[in-house]
Design a protein around this ligand. Structure first.
Ligand code: AVI
Length: 327
């Protein structure tokens, strides 16, 4: 299987991107130990995430895809482009599967549309372009490979830019990182341009927890793959059998968190960092957070980052939101 990223953007929210070696050194030296979820997505991690998105318990992908189909026209209306041509920038497009239905509906509604998928994976963008050419040949697709903010296209006077950030990827940022990210997006848009967000909402804690703790063990493998990556890229000697995936959900804060828990007292070494890291039995590495949102919080965050919330579509069965914001 070729890798297909469909993920949170690397570096997008970080204050000063430092790279894996520096981040691992700082993260494993601190207390509690931490590793950033942005490092999940090497080739193997991207394939595991593809599998997660197909798991029965991982509802966000399914729910969002259905909502994009159902609300495609409503979203177009909410953008209120006054008939101007649209330049759709999808931040972290991956293989673009979820956006196809949206583009198809917008073309059908008569919108003049250029689709600009943005991703760091050239392979994912190639796959996406091939898929779009096959399934929606009428759509103009102009991919942008690299960091979003470095490749952001200069807006043309006649087009409205619409930035898409789907998959509840925003939830992998801390609140501060999310706000910083949204401010950067806002700084690249002009007044009257738009941002469409797909955000997972608070719901029955059992449902959320099950999404991050599947009985098939795919999420566990996805989490543990981070250690495999450190072994390969930093010459470390993590024994993956001596760490265990642990998922939690705090309904008070609306945050799902993932950890890797050391099953014994042990020492792990890195040839590249020339360092040893000690783990007590039960000591953990905090690897990911996935924020689940509430409308009031999203409205406040939008206002605080220079956006106005224009439309909110919510799936009532499994709460998830598509949010149209105006710059
Ligand atoms: C990419 N991101 C929004 C996923 C999430 O739900 O936080 C990543 C993921 N981690 C475990 N399962 C899925």
């Amino acid at each position: 299987l070729p890798p297909a990223r469909d993920t949170a953007p690397p570096e997008a929210g970080a204050a000063a991107p430092r790279g894996l070696a520096a981040d691992a050194l700082a993260g494993l030296s601190g207390s509690p130990k931490r590793l950033s979820s942005k490092y999940f997505y090497d080739d193997r991690g991207s394939r595991l995430f593809e599998r997660i998105m197909r798991l029965p318990s991982y509802y966000p992908t399914r729910v969002e895809a259905a909502m994009l189909r159902r609300h495609a026209r409503d979203l177009l209306d909410a953008l209120d482009t006054g008939g101007s041509p649209i330049e759709m920038l999808e931040l972290g497009s991956g293989d673009g599967r979820k956006t196809l239905a949206l583009c198809r509906a917008w073309l059908k509604a008569g919108a003049e549309l250029v689709y600009r998928p943005m991703d760091i994976s050239a392979q994912a963008l190639d796959q996406l372009s091939a898929r779009m050419a096959r399934q929606l040949p009428a759509l103009a697709v102009h991919p942008l490979c690299g960091d979003y903010f470095q490749t952001w296209p200069i807006p043309s006077a006649r087009r409205r830019q619409v930035a898409l950030f789907l998959g509840s990827n925003l939830g992998n940022f801390t609140d501060e990182e999310a706000r910083r990210f949204l401010r950067r997006v806002r700084a690249h848009l002009r007044r009257g341009d738009s941002l469409l967000l797909g955000l997972d909402l608070r719901k029955d804690p059992h449902t959320v927890l099950a999404a991050y703790d599947d009985p098939e063990g795919v999420t566990a493998a996805f989490n543990l793959n981070l250690l495999r990556r450190l072994n390969r890229e930093l010459g470390m000697d993590f024994d993956l059998d001596r760490f265990r995936h642990y998922a939690s959900y705090c309904p008070l804060q609306g945050v799902a968190r993932s950890f890797l828990v050391s099953q014994a007292r042990q020492t792990v070494r890195s040839a590249l960092l020339r360092r040893e890291f000690h783990f007590g039995a039960g000591e953990f590495i905090y690897t990911e957070q996935s924020q689940k949102y509430e409308r009031a919080g999203v409205e406040a965050m939008a206002a605080d980052t220079g956006f106005e919330l224009r439309a909110w579509f919510e799936d009532p069965a499994l709460p998830y939101a598509l949010v149209a914001c105006r710059a």
